[in-house]
Design a protein around this ligand. Sequence first.
Ligand code: GUN
Length: 286
Amino acid sequence: MAKLIDGKAVAAEIRAKIALEVAELIHHGVTPGLAVVIVGDDPASRTYVNNKKKACEQAGIYSEEYALPATASQNEIMDLVAKLNAKKDINGILVQSPLPDGLNEEAVVEAIDPEKDVDAFLPSNVGRIMIGNHHFLPCTPAGIIELLRSENIEIEGKDCVVIGRSNIVGKPMAMLLLHNNGTVTICHSKTKNLKEVCRRADILVAAVGKPKFVTADMVKPGAVVIDVGMDRDENGKLCGDVDFANVAKTASYITPVPGGVGPMTIAMLLRNTVAAAKRQSGMAKP
Ligand code: GUN
Protein backbone atom coordinates (compact mmCIF):
# COMPACT_ATOMS: atom_id res chain seq x y z
CA MET A 1 0.00 0.00 0.00
CA ALA A 2 1.16 3.49 -0.83
CA LYS A 3 2.10 5.90 1.92
CA LEU A 4 -0.29 8.86 2.12
CA ILE A 5 1.25 12.29 1.74
CA ASP A 6 -0.64 14.37 4.25
CA GLY A 7 -0.98 17.79 2.63
CA LYS A 8 -3.05 19.11 5.48
CA ALA A 9 -0.29 18.40 7.99
CA VAL A 10 2.51 19.70 5.74
CA ALA A 11 0.51 22.85 4.99
CA ALA A 12 -0.21 23.39 8.70
CA GLU A 13 3.51 23.26 9.44
CA ILE A 14 4.30 25.77 6.69
CA ARG A 15 1.44 28.04 7.78
CA ALA A 16 2.72 28.01 11.38
CA LYS A 17 6.16 29.13 10.11
CA ILE A 18 4.53 31.83 7.97
CA ALA A 19 2.55 33.07 11.00
CA LEU A 20 5.83 33.53 12.90
CA GLU A 21 7.31 35.39 9.95
CA VAL A 22 4.23 37.62 9.70
CA ALA A 23 4.43 38.43 13.43
CA GLU A 24 8.06 39.47 12.89
CA LEU A 25 7.09 41.64 9.90
CA ILE A 26 4.28 43.28 11.87
CA HIS A 27 6.81 43.98 14.62
CA HIS A 28 8.78 45.91 11.98
CA GLY A 29 5.69 47.85 10.91
CA VAL A 30 4.80 45.78 7.84
CA THR A 31 1.44 43.95 7.77
CA PRO A 32 1.13 41.79 4.64
CA GLY A 33 -2.22 42.40 2.90
CA LEU A 34 -4.08 40.32 0.31
CA ALA A 35 -7.10 41.38 -1.77
CA VAL A 36 -9.28 38.57 -3.07
CA VAL A 37 -11.65 39.35 -5.93
CA ILE A 38 -14.52 36.98 -6.69
CA VAL A 39 -17.00 37.59 -9.49
CA GLY A 40 -20.28 35.68 -9.62
CA ASP A 41 -21.53 32.91 -7.37
CA ASP A 42 -19.74 29.73 -8.42
CA PRO A 43 -19.94 27.55 -5.29
CA ALA A 44 -16.45 26.01 -5.71
CA SER A 45 -14.90 29.48 -6.12
CA ARG A 46 -16.79 30.66 -3.04
CA THR A 47 -15.34 27.78 -0.99
CA TYR A 48 -11.80 28.44 -2.25
CA VAL A 49 -12.10 32.16 -1.49
CA ASN A 50 -13.46 31.51 2.01
CA ASN A 51 -10.60 29.11 2.71
CA LYS A 52 -8.04 31.63 1.46
CA LYS A 53 -9.46 34.39 3.67
CA LYS A 54 -9.57 32.13 6.72
CA ALA A 55 -5.96 31.05 6.15
CA CYS A 56 -4.89 34.71 5.93
CA GLU A 57 -6.60 35.49 9.19
CA GLN A 58 -4.95 32.55 10.96
CA ALA A 59 -1.52 33.64 9.70
CA GLY A 60 -2.02 37.28 10.74
CA ILE A 61 -2.24 38.47 7.13
CA TYR A 62 -4.69 41.31 6.49
CA SER A 63 -7.23 40.43 3.81
CA GLU A 64 -10.02 42.16 1.93
CA GLU A 65 -12.69 40.50 -0.16
CA TYR A 66 -14.31 42.13 -3.17
CA ALA A 67 -17.37 40.14 -4.27
CA LEU A 68 -18.86 41.36 -7.53
CA PRO A 69 -22.06 40.07 -9.11
CA ALA A 70 -21.85 37.90 -12.23
CA THR A 71 -23.29 40.88 -14.10
CA ALA A 72 -20.21 43.03 -13.34
CA SER A 73 -18.73 44.59 -16.45
CA GLN A 74 -15.16 44.23 -17.68
CA ASN A 75 -14.60 47.91 -16.90
CA GLU A 76 -15.82 47.58 -13.33
CA ILE A 77 -13.38 44.73 -12.69
CA MET A 78 -10.51 46.55 -14.42
CA ASP A 79 -11.24 49.66 -12.32
CA LEU A 80 -11.21 47.57 -9.16
CA VAL A 81 -7.84 46.04 -10.08
CA ALA A 82 -6.45 49.53 -10.77
CA LYS A 83 -7.67 50.68 -7.36
CA LEU A 84 -6.09 47.65 -5.66
CA ASN A 85 -2.82 48.21 -7.53
CA ALA A 86 -2.64 51.66 -5.93
CA LYS A 87 -3.67 50.56 -2.44
CA LYS A 88 -0.69 50.72 -0.08
CA ASP A 89 -2.06 48.23 2.45
CA ILE A 90 -2.54 45.59 -0.24
CA ASN A 91 0.55 43.63 -1.29
CA GLY A 92 -1.11 40.80 -3.19
CA ILE A 93 -4.09 40.66 -5.54
CA LEU A 94 -5.88 37.45 -6.42
CA VAL A 95 -8.72 37.34 -8.91
CA GLN A 96 -10.42 33.98 -8.44
CA SER A 97 -10.54 32.00 -11.66
CA PRO A 98 -12.65 31.27 -13.65
CA LEU A 99 -14.48 34.54 -14.26
CA PRO A 100 -18.07 34.26 -15.56
CA ASP A 101 -18.50 33.82 -19.32
CA GLY A 102 -18.21 36.96 -21.37
CA LEU A 103 -15.43 38.51 -19.29
CA ASN A 104 -11.87 38.71 -20.55
CA GLU A 105 -9.91 37.03 -17.77
CA GLU A 106 -6.57 37.47 -19.48
CA ALA A 107 -7.04 41.25 -19.63
CA VAL A 108 -7.99 41.34 -15.95
CA VAL A 109 -4.93 39.33 -14.92
CA GLU A 110 -2.64 41.44 -17.09
CA ALA A 111 -3.94 44.57 -15.36
CA ILE A 112 -2.55 43.39 -12.00
CA ASP A 113 0.68 45.04 -10.86
CA PRO A 114 3.35 42.31 -11.42
CA GLU A 115 4.67 43.00 -7.90
CA LYS A 116 1.24 42.09 -6.49
CA ASP A 117 0.70 39.02 -8.71
CA VAL A 118 0.74 36.42 -5.91
CA ASP A 119 -0.74 33.77 -8.23
CA ALA A 120 2.23 34.21 -10.59
CA PHE A 121 -0.19 34.33 -13.53
CA LEU A 122 1.14 37.40 -15.35
CA PRO A 123 3.20 36.82 -18.49
CA SER A 124 6.18 38.61 -16.92
CA ASN A 125 6.06 36.37 -13.85
CA VAL A 126 5.53 33.25 -15.97
CA GLY A 127 8.59 34.31 -17.97
CA ARG A 128 10.58 34.75 -14.77
CA ILE A 129 9.66 31.21 -13.71
CA MET A 130 10.67 29.93 -17.14
CA ILE A 131 14.17 31.41 -16.86
CA GLY A 132 14.54 30.39 -13.22
CA ASN A 133 14.52 33.93 -11.77
CA HIS A 134 11.13 34.05 -10.11
CA HIS A 135 9.62 36.62 -7.78
CA PHE A 136 6.65 34.37 -7.04
CA LEU A 137 6.24 30.65 -7.60
CA PRO A 138 2.89 29.37 -8.90
CA CYS A 139 0.94 28.18 -5.84
CA THR A 140 -0.22 24.68 -6.75
CA PRO A 141 3.01 23.52 -8.45
CA ALA A 142 5.14 25.04 -5.66
CA GLY A 143 2.94 23.26 -3.12
CA ILE A 144 3.53 19.96 -4.89
CA ILE A 145 7.30 20.45 -4.82
CA GLU A 146 7.00 21.08 -1.06
CA LEU A 147 4.96 17.88 -0.65
CA LEU A 148 7.69 15.88 -2.41
CA ARG A 149 10.32 17.54 -0.22
CA SER A 150 8.36 16.73 2.92
CA GLU A 151 8.82 13.03 2.15
CA ASN A 152 12.41 13.45 0.89
CA ILE A 153 11.32 12.26 -2.55
CA GLU A 154 14.17 12.96 -4.97
CA ILE A 155 13.16 14.65 -8.26
CA GLU A 156 16.61 14.81 -9.84
CA GLY A 157 17.00 12.33 -12.67
CA LYS A 158 13.48 10.98 -12.21
CA ASP A 159 10.98 10.46 -15.00
CA CYS A 160 8.21 12.95 -14.23
CA VAL A 161 4.95 12.86 -16.17
CA VAL A 162 2.40 15.65 -15.86
CA ILE A 163 -1.07 14.97 -17.24
CA GLY A 164 -2.67 18.30 -18.17
CA ARG A 165 -1.26 21.44 -19.76
CA SER A 166 -3.16 24.27 -18.08
CA ASN A 167 -1.47 27.59 -17.43
CA ILE A 168 -2.34 27.34 -13.72
CA VAL A 169 -1.01 23.83 -13.06
CA GLY A 170 0.28 21.63 -15.89
CA LYS A 171 2.72 23.96 -17.62
CA PRO A 172 4.24 25.60 -14.52
CA MET A 173 4.38 22.18 -12.80
CA ALA A 174 6.47 20.82 -15.64
CA MET A 175 8.78 23.83 -15.36
CA LEU A 176 9.34 23.42 -11.60
CA LEU A 177 10.04 19.70 -11.99
CA LEU A 178 12.52 20.58 -14.73
CA HIS A 179 14.21 23.17 -12.47
CA ASN A 180 14.57 20.36 -9.96
CA ASN A 181 16.38 18.29 -12.61
CA GLY A 182 13.53 15.92 -13.38
CA THR A 183 13.09 14.52 -16.90
CA VAL A 184 9.69 15.87 -17.75
CA THR A 185 6.90 14.81 -20.12
CA ILE A 186 3.63 16.71 -20.45
CA CYS A 187 0.61 14.69 -21.58
CA HIS A 188 -2.68 16.06 -22.84
CA SER A 189 -5.85 15.06 -24.67
CA LYS A 190 -3.96 14.47 -27.94
CA THR A 191 -1.21 12.33 -26.43
CA LYS A 192 -0.86 8.92 -28.06
CA ASN A 193 -0.26 5.88 -25.88
CA LEU A 194 -1.13 7.81 -22.72
CA LYS A 195 -1.06 4.66 -20.62
CA GLU A 196 2.44 3.69 -21.74
CA VAL A 197 3.78 7.22 -21.21
CA CYS A 198 2.26 7.40 -17.73
CA ARG A 199 3.68 3.99 -16.85
CA ARG A 200 7.19 5.36 -17.40
CA ALA A 201 6.69 7.89 -14.63
CA ASP A 202 8.54 7.72 -11.34
CA ILE A 203 6.54 10.80 -10.37
CA LEU A 204 3.08 11.15 -11.92
CA VAL A 205 1.12 14.40 -11.51
CA ALA A 206 -2.55 14.26 -12.54
CA ALA A 207 -4.10 17.64 -13.35
CA VAL A 208 -6.79 16.79 -15.88
CA GLY A 209 -10.01 17.63 -14.07
CA LYS A 210 -11.66 14.27 -14.79
CA PRO A 211 -12.81 12.07 -11.91
CA LYS A 212 -10.69 8.91 -11.36
CA PHE A 213 -9.05 9.36 -14.78
CA VAL A 214 -5.76 7.76 -13.71
CA THR A 215 -6.35 4.04 -13.24
CA ALA A 216 -4.00 1.49 -11.68
CA ASP A 217 -2.87 0.11 -15.07
CA MET A 218 -1.46 3.58 -15.92
CA VAL A 219 0.83 3.62 -12.90
CA LYS A 220 4.22 1.94 -12.58
CA PRO A 221 4.46 -0.07 -9.36
CA GLY A 222 6.30 2.06 -6.81
CA ALA A 223 5.56 5.39 -8.53
CA VAL A 224 4.77 8.58 -6.62
CA VAL A 225 1.29 9.80 -7.57
CA ILE A 226 0.18 13.39 -7.02
CA ASP A 227 -3.50 14.18 -7.54
CA VAL A 228 -4.42 17.79 -8.32
CA GLY A 229 -8.05 16.97 -9.18
CA MET A 230 -11.07 18.35 -7.36
CA ASP A 231 -13.84 16.40 -9.06
CA ARG A 232 -17.16 14.77 -8.26
CA ASP A 233 -17.68 11.04 -8.79
CA GLU A 234 -20.85 9.39 -10.14
CA ASN A 235 -22.49 9.81 -6.71
CA GLY A 236 -21.58 13.49 -6.45
CA LYS A 237 -18.86 12.73 -3.88
CA LEU A 238 -15.64 14.77 -3.95
CA CYS A 239 -12.80 12.83 -5.58
CA GLY A 240 -9.60 13.43 -7.49
CA ASP A 241 -8.25 12.69 -10.96
CA VAL A 242 -6.83 9.41 -9.63
CA ASP A 243 -8.69 6.18 -8.92
CA PHE A 244 -7.35 6.35 -5.39
CA ALA A 245 -8.54 2.98 -4.02
CA ASN A 246 -6.83 0.99 -6.77
CA VAL A 247 -3.80 3.19 -7.49
CA ALA A 248 -2.92 3.26 -3.77
CA LYS A 249 -2.33 -0.51 -4.00
CA THR A 250 0.61 -0.11 -6.41
CA ALA A 251 2.02 3.40 -5.84
CA SER A 252 4.72 4.09 -3.24
CA TYR A 253 3.26 7.47 -2.27
CA ILE A 254 -0.07 9.07 -3.07
CA THR A 255 -1.87 12.30 -2.17
CA PRO A 256 -5.49 12.08 -1.01
CA VAL A 257 -8.36 14.27 -2.21
CA PRO A 258 -9.25 16.21 -0.18
CA GLY A 259 -6.29 16.85 2.11
CA GLY A 260 -3.44 16.50 -0.38
CA VAL A 261 -2.54 19.23 -2.84
CA GLY A 262 -5.42 21.64 -1.99
CA PRO A 263 -4.15 22.80 1.40
CA MET A 264 -0.69 23.35 -0.08
CA THR A 265 -2.01 25.77 -2.71
CA ILE A 266 -3.29 28.01 0.08
CA ALA A 267 -0.07 27.75 2.10
CA MET A 268 1.90 28.86 -0.98
CA LEU A 269 -0.47 31.78 -1.55
CA LEU A 270 0.31 32.97 1.98
CA ARG A 271 4.02 32.53 1.31
CA ASN A 272 3.75 34.62 -1.86
CA THR A 273 1.79 37.33 -0.05
CA VAL A 274 4.53 37.57 2.58
CA ALA A 275 7.17 37.65 -0.18
CA ALA A 276 5.22 40.45 -1.90
CA ALA A 277 5.03 42.47 1.32
CA LYS A 278 8.76 42.04 1.87
CA ARG A 279 9.60 43.06 -1.68
CA GLN A 280 7.33 46.11 -1.57
CA SER A 281 8.72 47.29 1.76
CA GLY A 282 12.34 46.80 0.66
CA MET A 283 12.87 43.94 3.11
CA ALA A 284 13.44 41.24 0.50
CA LYS A 285 16.90 39.95 -0.20
CA PRO A 286 18.07 41.21 -3.60
N1 GUN B 1 -8.93 28.91 -9.47
C1 GUN B 1 -8.49 27.65 -9.22
N2 GUN B 1 -7.25 27.70 -8.70
C2 GUN B 1 -6.90 29.01 -8.62
C3 GUN B 1 -5.73 29.68 -8.16
O1 GUN B 1 -4.73 29.08 -7.72
N3 GUN B 1 -5.78 31.04 -8.24
C4 GUN B 1 -6.84 31.72 -8.73
N4 GUN B 1 -6.77 33.04 -8.78
N5 GUN B 1 -7.93 31.11 -9.18
C5 GUN B 1 -7.95 29.76 -9.11
